[in-house]
Design a protein around this ligand. Structure first.
Ligand SMILES: [Fe+2]
Length: 209
């Protein structure tokens, strides 16, 4: 049996980090992104904070539940299964909000070259991203393969389904309706245009391996 204390878990005499994750502050984005109403971003940040809290809650609970697994149901099993949802919901939202900035920033030269090499042109990359966005109610990620450095898109359902292994996320695009419907209804295309207008090109360049 393990016991959770502040910031650590004592388990069989060993102290292990319980992986508490802080909620990042994105107040600088609220009311400062063209095409994104302040209340849309505020509501979205509230959802993000909910994923962080659930991730922390799951890790805290794992510090005290019995380590018994079962395919049908066991508390430990369910917590482990759902941790992927809370963690991906946390990190994908951070990648999303981090790749937005007031007024947008031009793509770095390294990323432009990589996009041209992998998609044909920057415009062709944008077209491909838009096509992917129309194929998922979850996420689109522009990913760099760890194996060979190439770039390609993946569509992710919910936050954890269809998620590729061994990739570096260069861009995260939230395609859940909560990201745009409050302002744009079903017009996902207008949302995507606003997304591109505020894209943080320098941040994307920094993520390249
Ligand atoms: Fe979201």
């Amino acid at each position: 049996m393990c016991s959770a204390e502040t910031g650590m878990v004592e388990c069989a005499g060993l102290f292990l980090s319980n992986n508490m994750h802080p909620i990042k502050d994105y107040a600088h984005l609220v009311g400062h992104l063209d095409g994104f109403n302040a209340d849309l971003i505020e509501e979205h940040l509230g959802l993000y904070a909910g994923y962080v809290k659930k991730y922390n809650e799951i890790n805290e609970r794992l510090g005290s539940v019995e380590r018994v697994g079962n395919y049908s149901y066991a508390e430990h099993s369910e917590l482990i299964r759902r941790r992927s949802v809370a963690w991906n919901g946390t990190k994908l939202h951070e990648l999303y909000f981090d790749n937005l900035t007031e007024g947008g920033m031009e793509l770095g030269s390294g990323l432009k070259i990589a996009l041209e090499r992998n998609f044909g042109s920057v415009n062709a990359w944008k077209d491909d991203l838009k096509a992917c966005a129309n194929a998922t109610p979850g996420w689109v990620i522009l990913a760099q393969q760890i194996d060979d450095g190439t770039l390609q898109h993946y569509v992710v359902y919910e936050h954890q389904n269809n998620y590729p292994a061994e990739v570096r996320v260069i861009l995260a695009l939230d395609c859940w309706e909560h990201a745009f419907a409050k302002q744009y209804g079903t017009n996902k295309g207008a949302y995507l245009n606003a997304f591109f207008e505020n894209l943080h090109g320098e941040e994307l360049e920094r993520r390249l391996g």
